[in-house]
Write a protein that binds this ligand. Structure first.
Ligand SMILES: *Cc1c(COP(=O)(O)O)cnc(C)c1O
Length: 366
């Protein structure tokens, strides 16, 4: 007996395709029979987890038979102190991706519209489609968000607007005034998620005062993660900061034990590891300068980035270059799925990894 499972699925599901992650190192090495390849494809922190996080994980191991703290008291307390918010303004997730999904589960249905930019984090498009909502994709300007056009795209049916800043996969950045002026234009029935997964890489003077804005805009939701600058992508932990009543609604839908105990312990420790964070940011700045210098020297086109990655525009189909780089043992990220078929996104790695990538690019492009 054969069953058409797709026909049984919810209305948005037949239109979906699985998320395409960066190629794992093990997979490439298995396929090509090579070793010592480098992965610069998923915006991971090349330093590995920090020493304080590792120590906290080791300390938490004997308690693994117990369920984690469903309310994440210790991590929320640490975050509240750092961000100067109340613990009831925080919700923790299995990566910020889970919280994005939670926002959609809670607030977005087939009657609603979701506004997001062309060339932004693909998870917003996937979640919109999965919930059968109407996607309103606003054309980008200079590969970044056009906030004027996004504000103009809001209708009475709009429930959620998604802004990624710095943006992934382009690395573009919106300044304080622009985002503040946008928030002024958004009606109260529209929730705005400001995804700041890369905010730690932005200089403190330029970073948006997004947490301060929560007092003015109860419809604003700030999303952050421990997956990038804090180096804990494998543990899956992120958080959102927003109005306490909004948190209370989300908590009705949230799985009770969505953050595991190792993630909670490691994130709390990582939050206090200023030395590790500073090292990660400094390394990123150096690596970014290396790539920019190389691209400029070669006359290669790229999108100036404020994240921990840089997008190279080859101005021709990037697929063959991606494949050729794989054969050199260098994994970068093709972003044709984001509508950028001539581009490759390169995550900033350790100095030797960046050097390796640059050498491979020279070889492949000659
Ligand atoms: C990497 C990334 C995230 C983080 O996802 P996690 O689920 O927290 O690992 C969120 N938003 C954007 C734009 C990202 O690039």
């Amino acid at each position: 007996m054969s069953i058409d499972f797709l026909a049984l699925a919810n209305p948005g599901v037949p239109g979906l395709h699985p998320y395409q992650p960066g190629k794992p190192v093990e997979e490439l090495e298995r396929e090509l029979g090579i070793s010592h390849s480098v992965k610069l494809a998923s915006n991971e922190n090349p330093l590995g987890p920090g020493p304080k996080a590792i120590a906290a994980i080791q300390k938490a191991l004997p308690e693994l038979a117990r369920y984690p703290d469903a309310n994440g008291f210790a991590l929320k307390t640490a975050l509240a102190g750092k961000l100067k918010v109340n613990t009831d303004q925080l919700i923790l997730g299995n990566g910020s991706n889970e919280l994005i999904d939670l926002l959609f589960h809670t607030f977005v249905g087939s009657q609603q519209e979701v506004v997001y930019s062309q060339y932004t984090f693909i998870v917003y498009a996937l979640a919109t489609q999965a919930h059968g909502a109407k996607a309103v994709e606003v054309p980008a300007v200079d590969c970044g968000h056009d906030l004027d056009a996004m504000a103009a795209a809001i209708t009475p049916a709009t429930r959620l607007v998604c802004i990624t800043n710095p943006n992934n996969p382009t690395g573009t950045f919106l300044g304080k005034q622009e985002v503040k002026a946008f928030m002024e234009r958004v009606p109260a029935h529209v929730l705005v998620v400001l995804d700041e997964a890369y905010t730690e890489y932005v200089g403190e003077d330029e970073r948006l005062p997004s947490i301060d804005w929560l007092n003015e805009y109860p419809n604003l939701i700030v999303s952050r993660t421990f997956s990038k600058a804090y180096g804990l992508a494998g543990l899956r932990v992120g958080y959102m900061v927003c109005h306490p009543e909004l948190v209370a609604v989300l908590n009705r839908v949230r799985e009770p034990f969505n953050c595991n105990s190792l993630a909670l312990a490691a994130a709390e420790a990582a939050l206090n590891d200023d030395a590790y964070l500073a090292e990660a940011v400094a390394l990123n700045n150096q690596g970014m300068a290396m790539y920019e210098a190389f691209f400029n020297e070669r006359g290669l086109k790229y999108i100036p980035s404020r994240g921990n990655f840089i997008t190279l525009d080859l101005q021709r189909d990037a697929g063959p270059v991606y494949q050729a780089l794989l054969r050199e043992g260098v994994i970068v990220r093709p972003i044709a799925g984001y509508g950028l078929p001539t581009c490759l996104r390169i995550s900033i790695g350790l100095e030797a990894e960046n050097q390796r990538c640059i050498e491979a690019l020279k070889k492949v492009l000659d």
